[in-house]
Ligand binder design. Structure first.
Ligand code: ATP
Ligand code: SKM
Ligand code: MG
Length: 182
């Protein structure tokens, strides 16, 4: 088992945060939490319903509350997959930078588009031109993901298991460098 602080995955829709988070949590022997699922469980409703009734702003409030409660609770020592928009609020970015190992799963816009095309569960992509939406979001968010991340892992040309292995080896290398410096 790898000893590490909380691992938090950030990145755009379709980067694989949920998929990879689950895989690495199993390999690391840690609990896995998906923030989108925590928000849905707390609301007793799914994300499309929350966006429809409360707008994006209502969803963002719930997202911040869920992040705060996850970090403050003694859930500790776990893997958390966030939603793609977690970096939009400064207060969230401040929380992310404090104490956790944050990993940015990078995916190009074309991969994001391909991987999100099979699901209609992402309200922000229910537009006539999801590619244009993903491109705009990427322009705004890519620097923010980089700002909060300790490590960046490229996911484009890798299957999920291979991305998970890459994430695990990157974490190991990072932690062993930290230990040798202390
Ligand atoms: N490296 C990969 N290669 C190919 N397909 C992938 C890869 N990673 C994830 N996928 C697929 O892409 C889809 C989206 O993945 P996932 O739901 O994990 O993304 P996400 O980052 O959690 O998105 P969101 O921000 O919307 O929650 C899933 O069908 C998943 O199987
Ligand atoms: O990129 C985003 O803003 C979102 C991503 C999803 O994970 C969900 O959190 C929601 O659909 C919003
Ligand atoms: Mg997800």
């Amino acid at each position: 088992m790898i000893k590490a602080p909380n691992i938090i995955l950030v990145g755009p829709m379709g980067a694989g945060k949920t998929t990879i988070g689950r895989l690495i949590s199993q390999s690391m022997g840690k609990e896995f939490y998906d923030l989108d699922k925590v928000i849905e469980d707390n609301a007793g409703a799914d994300i499309p319903w929350i966006f429809e009734r409360e707008g994006e702003d209502g969803f963002r409030k719930r997202e911040t509350q869920a992040l705060e409660s996850m970090i403050q609770s003694d859930a500790g020592d776990c893997v958390i997959a966030t939603g793609g928009g977690i970096v939009m609020r400064k207060e969230n970015r401040d929380i992310l930078r404090e104490g956790a190992l944050v990993i940015y799963l990078y995916a190009s816009v074309s991969q994001q588009l391909y991987r999100t095309s099979k699901s209609s569960h992402r309200p922000l992509l229910q537009t006539g031109d999801p590619k244009a939406t993903l491109t705009k979001l990427f322009e705004v968010r890519d620097p923010l993901y980089r700002d909060v991340a300790t490590l960046v892992v490229e996911t484009d040309a890798r299957h999920p298991r291979s991305v998970a292995n890459k994430v695990l080896s990157t974490i190991k290398r990072h932690l062993s460098m930290e230990t040798s410096l202390s």
